[in-house]
Design a protein around this ligand. Sequence first.
Ligand SMILES: NC(=O)c1ccc[n+]([C@@H]2O[C@H](COP(=O)([O-])OP(=O)(O)OC[C@H]3O[C@@H](n4cnc5c(N)ncnc54)[C@H](OP(=O)(O)O)[C@@H]3O)[C@@H](O)[C@H]2O)c1
Length: 213
Amino acid sequence: MKIGILGTGDVGKALGKGFITLGHEVKMGSRDAANEKALAWVREMGPKASAGTFAEAAEYGEIVVLATLGAANKSVLSYTGPEPLRGKVVIDTTNPLDFSGGRPKLAAMKDGSGGEQVQRLLPDAHVVKAFNTVGNAHMFRPDFPGGPPDMFICGNDAEAKKKVAEILTDFGWGTVDTGGIDSSHYLEAMCIVWVEYGIRTSTWNHAFKLLRK
Ligand SMILES: NC(=O)c1ccc[n+]([C@@H]2O[C@H](COP(=O)([O-])OP(=O)(O)OC[C@H]3O[C@@H](n4cnc5c(N)ncnc54)[C@H](OP(=O)(O)O)[C@@H]3O)[C@@H](O)[C@H]2O)c1
């Protein structure tokens, strides 16, 4: 499958590497088609990887991953416009964070969560929030003594969530569906729980799991 990744940060690189390891082809998008981080990542990944603009990566992907600075999502999606993403699954990994106080907090959003904002900007895409509640080092093939962790996801389209759950299985995760895209509000807050625990313990090797019986 062809995967478009919007974002040249650690998340874009980690997920892109995961998709390539699984045999997919990945185009990493940036504001600048000659972004040095993207080009270095392509050199490292080999022939299944390519780089381009945000718009080119959005056009290329059968599935598209949004992995950009949460506060910049509106700007990023103004580079693509909604059209190339129409009808596609868009995996939203982002968190709307406010770093002004030194440690990240959830940014105050006027109109709901970051996930809802992305869905509003892409009304004809199937946005699924996923991968936002764990550090990038554990996104692909997480290896924890307690077994595979769970990724909490949400989105309005059942088929899109099924597709993302299949990807999560391939990446080594269980999936917990928490409802419509409005549940992003809670999943974005879970990111802060993950970060606060990391700061308190100075460890970054943790992930969530839902226990059931
Ligand atoms: N880091 C983690 O382990 C982790 C874990 C879970 C979730 N997340 C979330 O995942 C997202 C990506 O995180 P990250 O650490 O990989 O990368 P990041 O540093 O948060 O974002 C980098 C990307 O944002 C784009 N960007 C920054 N400012 C922009 C602006 N003003 N206009 C347009 N684009 C802009 C950059 O574009 P260029 O390529 O053009 O420079 C780049 O592609 C974030 O929302 C983060 O909260 C991160």
